[in-house]
Design a protein around this ligand. Structure first.
Ligand code: C2E
Ligand code: MG
Ligand code: MG
Ligand code: MG
Length: 288
């Protein structure tokens, strides 16, 4: 009986694995079309600078409005795009759209740097680097690139060289998801990064954990010693924001301020200046 049962489980597992790989292949071929079919769209999530109490930048996050499946999130298609090389077209689309949206924001009186997530494979792609340089130089756009240290590890020499090229043309480099992947102090020392984003893994439970505050505080101190500004991602509560403020964290990003939102909603959000009241609260407990 036990044998029959484990056999059934094994068969079920095979069927699932098969279905998952067909699904993946289907998504991969759909994605190639999606880019031209205008099925991708961007949402923006603001970063609030705590001391300055202003929003100086936003992060662009790509979404896929699939013809039959509906909304597909990046965690489901970015890995597929990286394997198929569609990541190049996807990222160039994201950059072009961000440049266009930055002009729209400027027309509404909002001068914001737009940060774009850059997959590791692109950091070793000389043609991608040339195309980006041309786009930035002809548009004069103010961009930032978020990269993970894990993405530098594949080919550190070309990654570091290309990041220096990006930094030289005015693109601000941010280290994303710091602490969650293969964080190497050797890379931290060499990367031309101006911002360090602490992974939400250490932030979402900041006020209910014993160790997270210690890790976050020492990371902030380390980044400051290296003359980088620190962004905490995944800030969901007033209490977390207040603690981050005391620890000297420079910027916060998270659902407390805003979820990622469409361009129209971002323009409304910026006009309402709601973040000012929220950011003012960061200091309130200590002013009282
Ligand atoms: P990421 O760059 O670390 O982005 C942060 C993720 O955390 C986003 O998920 C965002 O929606 C989510 N988030 C923001 N605030 C909070 C919060 O307060 N609490 C919680 N629990 N989550 C929060 P999203 O949009 O699903 O993106 C996932 C990942 O996909 C991104 O992680 C990024 O690595 C990747 N990604 C998104 N857009 C692109 C893109 O255009 N190109 C590439 N290569 N990767 C992208
Ligand atoms: Mg990011
Ligand atoms: Mg991140
Ligand atoms: Mg993350």
């Amino acid at each position: 009986l036990a044998d029959a049962r484990s056999e059934r489980v094994a068969v079920a597992r095979d069927v699932n694995a098969g279905a998952a790989s067909i699904d993946r292949a289907q998504l991969a071929s759909d994605l190639t079309i999606a880019i031209d079919a205008e099925e991708l769209f961007l949402q923006y999530q603001p970063k609030v600078h705590l001391r300055r109490q202003e929003i100086t930048s936003v992060e662009a996050l790509v979404r896929w409005n699939h013809a039959t499946r509906g909304l597909v999130l990046p965690s489901d298609f970015i890995p597929i795009a990286e394997e198929s090389r569609d990541i190049v077209a996807l990222t160039l689309w994201t950059i072009r759209r961000s440049i266009r949206d930055q002009r729209t924001l400027a027309a509404h009186g909002h001068e914001l740097r737009i940060f774009i997530n850059i997959a590791g494979v692109l950091l070793a792609d000389a043609r991608f680097v040339r195309t980006v340089c041309a786009l930035v130089e002809t548009s004069g756009a103010r961009l930032g690139f978020e990269i993970t240290e894990t993405s530098v590890i594949r080919d550190p020499e070309s990654a570091i060289a290309n990041l220096k090229i990006f930094a030289d043309i005015g693109i601000v480099i941010a280290i994303d998801d710091y602490g969650a992947g293969l964080s190497s102090l050797a890379y931290l020392k060499q990367l031309p990064a101006r911002e360090l984003k602490i992974d939400k893994l250490f932030v979402t439970q900041l006020t209910s954990s014993n160790r997270d505050p210690l890790i976050v505080r020492s990371t902030i101190d380390l980044a400051h010693a290296l003359e980088m500004e620190v962004v905490a991602e995944g800030v969901e509560t007033q209490a977390a924001m207040a603690l981050l403020s005391v620890m000297g964290c420079d910027m916060i990003q998270g659902f407390l301020i805003s979820r990622p939102i469409n361009l129209d909603a971002l323009i409304h959000f910026l006009a309402e200046e709601k973040h000012l009241a929220i950011a003012a609260e960061a200091r309130a407990p200590f002013n009282r």
